[in-house]
Design a protein around this ligand. Sequence first.
Ligand code: M6R
Length: 614
Amino acid sequence: MCGIVGYIGNQQAYPILIKGLQRLEYRGYDSAGVALITDSNDMVVYKTKGKVSDLEDFVQSKDVSGTVGIAHTRWATHGEPNNVNAHPHYSQSENLALIHNGIIENYAILKEDLMKRGYTFKSNTDTEVLVQLIEYVKVSNNTDIFHAVQLALTQVIGAYAIAVLERNNPNCIVAARKSSPLVVGIGDDEFFLGSDASPIIEYTNRVIYIDDDEVVRLERGKEPRITNLNNVEKPHQIMELEMSLSELEKGGYQHFMLKEIFEQAKTVRECMRGRINIDRNTVAMSGIIDNKEKFMNARRIIIVACGTSWHAGLIGEYLIEEFARIPVEVEYASEFRYRNPVLNKDDIVIAISQSGETADTLAAIELAHNQGVFVYGICNVIGSSIARNTDSGSYTHAGPEIGVASTKAFTAQVTVLSLIALTIAKEKGTLSKELFESYVTELSSIPDKMEETLGVSSYIEKFSGIFTYAKNFIYLGRGYNYPVALEGALKLKEISYIHAEGYPAAEMKHGPIALIDSEMPVVVIAPNKGMYEKVVSNIQEIKARKGRVVAIITKGDTAIKGMADYYIEIPETCECFVPLLAALPLQLMAYYIAVVKGCNVDQPRNLAKSVTVE
Ligand code: M6R
């Protein structure tokens, strides 16, 4: 995810652009840059690795005059975060400067073709390919920038929100979108651009949401022109935003947590983008491929993590053992770091962390390194300590998670672990071609199924209030859903302060059944896969003791519907991917119970987003 912002009008552009970048910094913060048409009619590009504040330091004593400009805050996808890969990118002649949010999937083919035509590249980004392509199309068709963008984008496969400045055309910004958001703000003789309305709302509440495959030209003194890629004019509707700035920062949701729950279809899509190719039925995690020998020869994988990331690690154990046939152990980082574990040179440690700053996980990494063990990181926050201190790794690309209770980071971690397990399995040949392809197909369908799952939100909101009386909850699940039970219980504890325990369903008879009475809510994750009949028996045992059952069931299941007090349906999927769907209703239940209890959902008592001390 990156943030893009633009301005053309009568005010000085730079302060507006910088403020806009600060508002969009949640979208990415590994580098930032700005392109301006200065008062002396020159085009300048200033960019640097680091945060928006680093850009501000960088431009001190530089000419930042001008009333037209574009700016970018980056979340690296192609090419490491550095000064060269930062946006804006110049075209070969430096006549064009472009910023981009998204991923150009066919950039390699386009780049090869442009190189044959004499174009040279300075960065490792897909974005530079785009700006070179637009220049090539413009020159070879002897056309204007607006038409060149239309033509060039017909050759592009992928996702983009872009904005282009042209040195020789200083009164114009051209922008376009496909699958990445783009908003135009309409002021008095001025226009704004943003990845969302947050950089715009301070100046105007009149906006146009640009649709997929649309190109927009913003010119001083003229109406915005919006067409599709075939130059057909598209009618546009100016919307009046009624939200306040603070609401916008939460995307209109009451809490960041709810926003983040609802983002999960998108974040899982983002996490898979560029890694899974459904047309070719392939999965490629570059961090694994780059260290192929290590993973092929690994005798054991040890996953270290804390909290929700540890729960994702438990699901990773099931996935890696089932798909790739490598033995996996999952350890609390806080225990691992102090217990003198036996480690071998052909072990691999995988450290999972949303923040990338958790002290115990960092210490576990250090211990593994001291014993010469290769450490692979799975982090959400780019450039975080864990990302820097591991030998290789994968980002989850869930975007900044602001709510203290982790939601979208969890499903992104499980997605990355699924992709890792599939990548190793492919290399090792531990899954049949048919099974591998069926998993790839199923995993790609998960975001759509998540959207469908989230449709149950208002039903959960209605019944959740009933449980505010409860002092205790039990969560049960088997196989892949045992860690989901643990995660559901943790969510409830964290934000509603109700005591909750997660158990493997079969363990109930070994003790927890003694707690069940008419007051005890028991949440059972009971999809129609795995040990379904055995879980049905558990539900009967709970009902026989008058417990109150909330069941997560597969759509179409009739047997459990008749037994449970409340049931939540999730779409059909394979056993291994059920956690990606079943987690969502549990997050929503915890959220709504906490809201009814009047708890501070985003900042629960005694908790911090990142535990950087012991
Ligand atoms: O940033 P990390 O993933 O390393 O954080 C680990 C835990 O502190 C974290 O998951 C915590 O349990 C969350 N509050 C759970 O919602």
